[in-house]
Structure formats: C-alpha cells, structure tokens
Design a binder for this molecule. Structure first.
Ligand SMILES: [Mg+2]
Length: 231
C-alpha cells in the first residue's frame, strides 16, 4: 500500500511572510532610532514592500531618514531586520490542515532562504515537532546554490521518507509559481499551488512570473480544499 508524503513550502504557504517582514521593519526602525537617533517610517517600508521593492527599500528609507549614513550603518540596519526574533502565526487553514494530517501521513518542509532566518521562523511557529523532515535549502550550500528550483532538497526528502522503489506518493504544496513546482514535477510528485484569494495581494512574491515546466497539477484556495482533494 503506497504511503503519502505531504511536503510543504513555508513562506506564504503556512504563514503570511508579510508578517515576518513587518516585524523586521519594526526591528530595523528601533535600531535606527537607538543608534542613529532618526525616525524611520515602518508604514512607508510596508508600502514599498507591497509595491514589490523589498530588495531596494532598506537603502531608500535609510537615505531618506539619514542622508549622511555610512555603509556600515546600512549593513547594521539590514542586519537588525534579518536577525530579529519574529512573532508569527500560521494561517488558520494551515494550522487545521497540519492538525488533520500529522497523525495520518509523513509531513515534510522544504524552505528557501538564509538558514538562520528560516530556522527562526520555524521556531516562532513551533513547527519542528510537526514535521518528520525539514530541509533548509540555504544550509545545503553557499550562494543559494540549492535553492528551488534545484531538485537536491526534494531528493533528500524522498530518500529520507521512503525506501527506493516503494512507489509512494509525494505531494508538494507551495505558493510560488516561479520556482516551487519545477523540481517536484520533474521527480514525479504531485504539485499543488495554494492561492488564498484573501491573501493574494499580500504575498511577498506576487510579482514573480510562472516558470516553464513549473505549472502546478492542482490549485486550491485553502488547505481545507487540499484535505478533500487528497482524502
Ligand atoms: Mg513560499
């Protein structure tokens, strides 16, 4: 009897990544206030984020608050964002779905990003006890070498959760059409796009384009729908 292994992406799949970013903006603003004596507008940072400018917003807002800041100031400002201890909550449908599946199937997590940052999110959400296997692609090699769509993390997951040739079913659930589904599609997994209508405009990566070979097999608007789909 083939076993089902259900593997999730983290950011914007299980919790709203925007919440992590806003918490980080507050930490960066607190650093700027304490160390430079300037006021940085967290709402302005959030507006830039929502317009798709996460990459450039730190130099932009620090320059506005303190035009004569040094390169070290900018580095410390960004570090305050990246090293803050987040306070996060699962999407309600994600919490329910994990409760539903945890006793029934093997759960896995594959997430891209700076590994200590991703670990801090996992800690904030108390996810470690829920998953049989967690792969932080940022910990597999330098310079994002094994970030999705690289298949290495998916191969590790397969090798960890099942015996070779067991014919088990693997499912990957993610939100990012640009990178999440290419590797699982190639490996014969079922790929599922989670697209919550109420959250669609708050996704961090909403400006990314769909990738060739990366179309998901299924799209669901909540993880409650996934329960119906898989059961
Ligand atoms: Mg994601």
């Amino acid at each position: 009897m083939p076993t089902t292994h259900l593997v999730f992406d983290l950011d914007d799949t299980l919790y709203p990544e925007r919440d992590y970013a806003i918490g980080g903006f507050k930490a960066a603003a607190a650093w700027a206030c304490a160390e430079l004596g300037v006021s940085v507008d967290v709402d302005a940072m959030t507006a830039l984020l929502d317009d798709g400018h996460l990459g450039q917003l730190f130099p932009k807002v620090l320059r506005a608050a303190r035009p004569d800041h040094s390169a070290d100031d900018l580095r410390a400002f960004i570090r305050a964002y990246g090293q803050h201890t987040p306070s996060l909550f699962l999407f309600a449908d994600a919490a329910d779905a994990l409760d539903h599946w945890q006793p029934r199937v093997n759960l896995g997590l594959i997430t891209d990003g700076h590994a200590p940052t991703q670990q801090s999110k996992i800690n904030a959400l108390a996810l470690a006890p829920r998953f049989r296997k967690i792969v932080l692609t940022g910990a597999l090699g330098p310079d994002r070498a094994f970030h999705k769509p690289h298949p290495h993390a998916f191969e590790i997951m397969q090798a960890t959760l099942t015996k070779v040739g067991a014919g088990d079913r693997f499912v990957y659930v993610g939100d990012n059409l640009a990178k999440d589904f290419i590797a699982p599609n190639t490996l014969g997994w079922t790929s599922v796009h989670i697209d919550r209508p109420a959250h669609r405009h708050h996704r961090i990566h909403k400006h990314t384009q769909a990738a060739a070979g990366g179309a998901p097999h299924e799209t669901v608007s909540s993880l409650a729908e996934l329960i119906t789909l898989l059961d």
